[in-house]
Design a binder for this molecule. Structure first.
Ligand code: C5P
Length: 283
């Protein structure tokens, strides 16, 4: 049995630069990962198929042929090695369609699990080609380390390790469609990411998808206002196309106080205390 973590990604900053003719958007983003996420299990010789457990299992259908775990397996079998399909168990701990990786992280974990099971190097370029075809965020999740993403997010440059800051993730449990958020972007290029130390660049940057996401899901305003008001917060921002927002703290006790404040004020929201991870995937 292979157990592969699928850590949540957060976009510390996300600058949308242009709308492309193919419907995608050119962007610049700082990808980071946290120490928690979904967990994927692969038994390469078990009965083929996908089972889904965990607190957010109800948001997905295991029989959906579009599930990115099964799509990743199909692509691996046709493009890397014609291995027998395996038995997959996905422990879905992250909210679905929430801007923190989710399906992309699961797809990347599936590729890593298949690479481990079948003796393929995890930096094999064929895995990155499959990842880019599966989704814009899948290559970053396959890399699993802080990176600057360009193009539609699939062109990656490694960043130096980030400090192990305390992170609070908060989602108002409103699913948001990535395509719908990008479609509402106003087309105004507000400029490139700065150069320099990643954390400083992040703090000086933006998420250009916040205004369109807030228009579609006004609860994001409430999340950001609550996070920004917390003691010790270094940065409060939405991740990806939302609706999950994150807050970074130097101190775990400030994160704990913020989590208590969120739960007291909005008991129905999803809230996770975690940490920025420099190397979440090292087996
Ligand atoms: O690549 P992925 O399938 O994850 O993208 C989902 C949707 O998000 C795309 O169909 C597109 O509408 C939008 N998107 C975009 N520009 C990007 C990434 C995603 O417009 N760079």
């Amino acid at each position: 049995m292979i157990v592969e973590p699928a850590p949540a990604k957060i976009n510390l900053a996300l600058h949308v630069r242009a709308r492309r003719a193919d419907g995608y958007h050119t962007l610049e983003t700082l990808f980071a990962f946290v120490a928690d996420g979904d967990v994927l299990h692969l038994d390469p010789s078990g009965a083929p198929g996908l089972r889904i457990t965990g607190p957010f299992a109800a948001g997905l259908s295991p029989d959906d042929p579009g599930n990115l775990v099964l799509c990743a397996e199909a692509a691996f079998r046709s493009q890397v090695a014609p291995v027998a399909p395996g038995a997959w168990l996905l422990d879905k701990r992250l909210p679905v369609a929430s801007g923190i990786g989710g399906g992309s992280a699961d797809a990347a974990a599936a590729l890593r699990a298949l690479a481990r099971a079948h003796g393929v190097a995890r930096d094999d370029p064929r895995l990155f080609a499959i990842a880019a075809a599966l989704g814009s965020d899948v290559p970053a999740c396959l890399l699993g380390r802080p990176a600057l993403g360009r193009g539609r997010g699939e062109r990656l440059d490694l960043l130096p390790p980030l400090p192990p800051l305390a992170v609070l993730l908060v989602n108002p449990l409103v699913p948001v469609s990535t395509a719908a958020v990008f479609a509402r972007w106003d087309g105004v290029d507000r400029g490139a990411l700065a150069h320099g130390a990643p954390l400083a660049v992040a703090i000086g940057g933006r998420n250009d998808l916040e205004p369109p996401a807030r228009a579609l899901a006004p609860a994001i305003d409430d999340v950001l206002a609550l996070l920004a008001a917390q003691q010790g917060v270094l940065l409060a921002r939405m991740s990806g196309s939302g609706a999950t927002c994150f807050a970074l703290f130097d101190h775990a006790d400030d994160r704990a106080s913020a989590a208590r404040a969120v739960v007291a004020s909005q008991p129905g929201w999803w809230c996770l205390e975690t940490t920025l991870a420099a190397q979440p995937h090292v087996p």
